[in-house]
Unconditional design. Structure first.
Length: 268
């Protein structure tokens, strides 16, 4: 056997060297590029004169910050969203667990959950005003309903989608229902719950503007509706951007919590 043939056979038998991982573009850079492109597109559309340009909106935003109006509106809206969202999630998680774990509870509650899911929370506003008045209660209730309906379905789906093999294996090992629920069902349902919370948070912010139709004196939604009467587009844009930024920041916090609580999951 010649040296060349020996080298060829050795090279053929040796395992192929692993390919170097290609480094992609950093996510932060992509996000920054996306923002720049979005502002550029906005600026381009503003040249037609139908919508205000970014500098005009920035100037109006600075005026609202300087006189304290924007801070007061943000605090008012943020308080309503947090109150409704937290109450909705706090009720949705136990109800979703009960629906998924007990067939009797599911049969009693699920039709009502599905029924109210087909009714937009905004359609509840007239009834909420009649029953609860025009204070903060109906505003928070409408936001609560939006977050509750989104989160309860996600929690329920998380429980019913738990792999039965895991439950049966735990029972074979002698685990009781309480242990199975705490050690198997809850961890397996956590990703669904957190996704439901993110959807519920988006629904809460989406319902805010309509909720602040109910005799509000402060809030981003109230400020936008007041600006609509005077065709004050820069103020409307400031409100939209403020809601979007606050919603995005809260969603990032939930996403961070999701990664910490479900770090056992394989991710792409």
């Amino acid at each position: 056997m010649t040296v060349v043939q020996a080298d060829t056979e050795v090279n053929a038998a040796a395992p192929a060297a692993p390919e170097r991982r290609r480094r992609g573009v950093p996510k932060t850079l992509l996000n920054l590029l996306s923002v720049v492109l979005g502002v550029g597109v906005w600026w381009g559309f503003s040249l037609g004169g139908d919508i205000p340009a970014p500098p005009e909106v920035l100037e109006r935003g600075w005026e609202l910050i300087a006189d304290g109006t924007l801070a007061d509106d943000v605090l008012a809206s943020l308080g309503r969203v947090l109150a409704g969202f937290v109450l909705g999630v706090a009720l949705a998680i136990p109800v979703g667990f009960l629906m998924g774990w007990y067939g009797i509870v599911r049969g009693l509650i699920e039709p009502w959950v599905q029924f109210f899911r087909t009714i937009p929370p905004l359609a509840i506003i007239p009834l909420a005003v009649v029953l609860m008045g025009i204070g903060e209660t109906p505003k928070i209730f409408v936001i609560f309903l939006a977050s509750f309906l989104a989160c309860v379905i996600a929690t329920f789906q998380g429980v019913v989608n738990v792999d039965k093999t895991l439950i049966n294996a735990a029972r074979v090992l002698g685990a009781k229902d309480g242990t199975i629920f705490a050690r198997v069902v809850v961890p397996a349902s956590t990703p669904f719950i957190l996704v439901g919370m993110r959807v519920g948070l988006g629904s809460s912010w989406a319902t805010l503007v309509a909720a602040e139709l109910i005799a509000a004196q402060q809030g981003l939604g109230y400020r936008m509706q007041s600006a609509q009467l005077y065709y004050d587009l820069p103020t409307i844009f400031v409100g939209l951007i403020s809601i979007g930024v606050l919603g995005l920041l809260m969603d990032r916090l939930l996403l961070l919590a999701e990664r910490r609580l479900t770090n056992w999951q394989d991710r792409r």
